[in-house]
Design a protein around this ligand. Structure first.
Ligand code: CP
Ligand code: NVA
Length: 329
């Protein structure tokens, strides 16, 4: 398998074999890291990390992974650079690809990261757009594989806002890897029909199934993984909260949902999560709407069914694999 020079923009661009290759490579790099085996095989290279939206995990994962691989990194945000205001994405990327060996971008539409890739001479990696979050998918697939020992046939249920980056990405990931995807949510929040059709075509090849229901109990019965995300994403207006709370409250992940799924089911969340009053947004929601917890209860989040921190750790190992595979080959 040689992925040298490839962009990493969305999982739709990769075959199941290529995705498995990233996961195997990540597992190997994770093992090396745990054993203290140096793997600075990309010494002398440098990467640019562009963030038009905020981040904890993705930014830190890229920085630590680059350092472990022996690379230098530069973090850029729109406030401290010319991006957007004084210089177009196309011009910026043509400059950066003369300095750097790879470019990560987190921001708004998928078209922007696609434009960057079109103009870049070096690999471009998608660190989250409104449509897709592909590095998160590799972390989640690795975490599920570590936990259950397989991906094929896993019953994966996604609750909440299934029409944004996370819902879209999970549907694609499940279709590619032969998993059974079910979106359990209000039908206003189902992914776009065109993407559903694409995923159904892929599923027909891999043995996956793609399902939708508004019935929280029927949809979560027998699930191996129950997954959710925040109900209002970065870049969406604060005014969206009232409608989301009204529409999505029946799809909060509770212990009743976990018990309905079954005793061996696990809870996943890309994070950050509003499961308590430990955030300023969480406290604002409490003041306005009287809710102590939003997309998941604190009981589920803190339970031993929750594997969210294993999932978060795997962001670093899988992002390292993406950089390694596309820069070293
Ligand atoms: N899951 C995730 O992408 O986290 P950050 O927003 O902190 O990068
Ligand atoms: N849907 C969330 C994911 C954060 C990692 C957002 O876009 O804000």
């Amino acid at each position: 398998m040689n992925l040298k020079g490839r962009d990493f923009l969305k999982l739709l661009d990769f075959t199941p074999e290529e995705i498995t290759y990233f996961l195997d490579l990540a597992a190997d790099l994770k093992d090396k890291k745990k054993k203290g085996i140096l793997h600075d095989e990309l010494k002398g290279k440098n990467v640019a990390l562009i963030f038009e939206k905020t981040s904890t995990r993705t930014r830190c994962a890229f920085e630590v992974a680059a350092k472990d691989l022996g690379m230098g990194s530069t973090f850029l945000n729109p406030t401290d650079s010319q991006i957007g205001k004084k210089e177009s994405i196309a011009d910026t990327v043509r400059v950066l690809s003369r300095f750097y060996d790879g470019i990560e971008y987190r921001g708004f539409s998928q078209d922007i990261v696609q434009t960057m890739a079109d103009y870049s001479d070096v690999p471009v990696w998608n660190g989250l757009t409104d449509e897709f979050h592909p590095t998160q998918m590799l972390a989640d697939l690795l975490t599920i594989r570590e936990h259950f020992g397989r991906l094929k046939g896993i019953n994966f249920v996604y609750m909440g806002d299934a029409r944004f980056n996370m819902g879209n990405s999970y549907m694609v990931a499940c279709a590619k890897m032969g998993m059974n995807f079910t979106a359990v949510t209000n039908k206003k929040y189902y992914p776009a029909k065109e993407l559903i059709d694409t995923c159904k075509e892929i599923a027909a090849q891999t043995g996956a199934t793609i399902n939708f229901t508004e019935d929280a109990m029927a949809g979560t019965k027998g699930a191996d993984v129950i997954c959710t995300d925040i109900w209002v994403s970065m870049g969406e207006p604060e005014s969206a909260w009232a409608e989301r709370i009204k529409d999505l409250s029946p799809y909060r992940v509770t212990m009743d949902i976990m018990n309905n799924a079954g005793p061996d089911s696990v809870f996943m969340h890309c994070l950050p999560s509003f499961h308590d009053l430990g955030t300023s947004i969480g406290r604002e929601i409490k003041e306005k709407f009287g809710l102590d917890e939003i997309e998941v209860t604190n009981e589920v989040f803190e339970s031993d069914r929750s594997i969210v921190f294993d999932e978060a750790e795997n962001r670093m190992h899988t992002i390292k694999a993406v950089m390694y595979a596309t820069l070293k080959g």
